[in-house]
Design a protein around this ligand. Structure first.
Ligand SMILES: Cc1cc2nc3c(=O)[nH]c(=O)nc-3n(C[C@H](O)[C@H](O)[C@H](O)COP(=O)(O)OP(=O)(O)OC[C@H]3O[C@@H](n4cnc5c(N)ncnc54)[C@H](O)[C@@H]3O)c2cc1C
Length: 401
């Protein structure tokens, strides 16, 4: 391929969407991915209405719908008392054509985007190309990648780092990743056992001072699908013990007793962070997705926020590449997306997790009273749902000039 205008580091969902949105504007793009193929990722699985709206013009949302699960109602519960509130996303059906959460594993989304990319001219995805070094001058960037054939150098006008939380691009650009790591880690166990028959909505967050739980029904390979169950893991618990069949089983049984062992298909453990890069742009280098920000997954804002970054950035970078706008337009991307990440994604995801793991009985009561107040009228439900579905964050970003 001739010199691309843009190099995208990382073929995760954010990198692939950024590349697709640029390619559809006839901008030549080269994607460099460290792994030998698309990764099988058990992390994200919940998509909010704005993300579905943004992906729809590319035919991605329709493709997702073929296997995804619609979740129009979701719950916040207490482990002992049961349902605190049940939210009905159709209350905001006047502001979105997708008034629900959509559940589909992240590793079923990336092949859909990759297939779309294959139909675009002027775009190439190179696997087993790990970005190792980045330099830039006034005219462009040079990216050095470790490849099976040794080190290779690539040149382009712009580089977008979508290479995840440990982003080499962010490190090469010398950008600090400000924030903190939660002491508790998250165990994700997936079972084919059914929770809907026990009254759980297809997405439920279960508060408890000792051991909160989050539940998500996922399509898996097809019916009957699979339930992902997330538990907190104490700081001092050894990872191999957490993932042992015995300990997974005892957590599952303690939460919902069942006769016979739980069928467990997958299990994994994650560290969870709240971090935002100090800069999203350093000259010709830009950051998007997890490379730019990380948050705990309660509320499902991480990938959704990254999807919003990808489309916001690609639209502006496309204009800059075509010479229709000055490079300073990219600073608007930074103002819009960094601001809403700080004000909204960080703030609300932290509040969501604290609501689940709150230990003080007084605070727990206060939280539940507040939630019930918000669920009491249609107008206050709307306000809650506009925030939890990320529509409010998009409106806030669009208002920044
Ligand atoms: C338990 C859990 C549940 C989650 N659930 C949700 C959810 O329901 N909804 C939601 O919105 N978010 C969720 N998230 C967050 C979500 O998974 C991430 O925000 C999302 O994966 C970010 O996508 P990305 O493309 O930015 O990064 P990644 O998915 O991390 O992709 C980065 C890509 O870059 C590649 N790469 C890394 N280094 C290099 C390099 N040096 N050179 C080239 N390539 C490189 C990697 O191999 C990878 O393919 C969850 C997270 C966790 C931990």
């Amino acid at each position: 391929m001739a010199r691309p205008q843009v190099i995208v580091a990382g073929a995760g969902p954010v990198g692939l969407l950024t590349a697709l949105a640029l390619a559809k504007q006839d901008i030549p793009v080269l994607v460099l991915e460290a792994e030998p193929g698309l990764t099988i990722d058990l992390r994200a699985g919940t998509y909010h209405p704005p993300s579905l709206e943004m992906m729809a013009p590319y035919g991605i949302t329709d493709e997702m719908m073929k296997t995804a699960i619609k979740v129009p109602r979701w719950q916040i519960r207490d482990r002992k008392e049961g349902v605190v509130v049940e939210w009905d996303v159709s209350v905001i059906s006047d502001v979105t054509p997708y008034p629900y959460r959509l559940h589909l594993e992240q590793h079923r989304l990336t092949p859909i985007i990759h297939e779309k990319l294959k139909t675009c001219a002027g775009v190439e995805v190179r696997f087993s190309h790990e970005v190792a070094d980045v330099t830039q001058n006034a005219d462009g960037v040079t990216v050095t990648a470790s490849t099976p054939g040794g080190r290779e150098r690539f040149e382009a006008g712009w580089l977008v780092g979508c290479d995840g939380g440990r982003s080499a691009v962010r490190k090469c650009a010398g950008v600090e990743f400000e924030g903190y790591t939660w002491p508790e880690r998250f165990l994700v166990a997936s079972t084919t056992d059914d929770y809907a028959s026990r009254g759980y909505a297809l997405n439920a967050y279960v508060s408890d001072p000792e051991e909160w739980v989050a539940l998500f029904k996922m399509p898996d390979d097809g019916p009957p699908g699979m339930w992902r169950v997330i538990f907190p893991v104490p700081e001092d618990e050894d990872e191999s013990r957490t993932l042992s069949a015995d300990l997974v089983e005892s957590r599952m049984q303690r939460f919902q007793p069942r006769s016979g062992a739980y069928p467990i298909k997958y299990k994994s453990i994650y560290k969870v962070h709240q971090r935002v890069a100090r800069e999203f742009r350093v000259g010709r280098v830009l950051l998007a997705g997890d490379a730019a920000h990380l948050n705990n997954p309660i509320g499902a804002f991480g990938l959704n926020g990254g999807i919003h970054d990808a489309f916001n950035l690609a639209e502006k970078l496309g204009r800059v590449c075509r010479g229709e706008a000055d490079a300073s337009l990219l600073d608007l991307y930074v103002r819009q997306r960094r601001t809403v990440n700080l004000e909204y994604v960080q703030e609300v995801s932290i509040r969501n997790l604290k609501r689940l793991n709150e230990k003080s009985e007084t605070e727990r009561r206060k939280n539940f009273d507040e939630l019930r107040r918000q669920a009491a009228t249609r107008e206050s439900q709307r306000q809650f749902l506009l925030v939890s579905s990320m529509i409010a964050s998009i409106r806030r970003a669009n208002a920044i000039t």
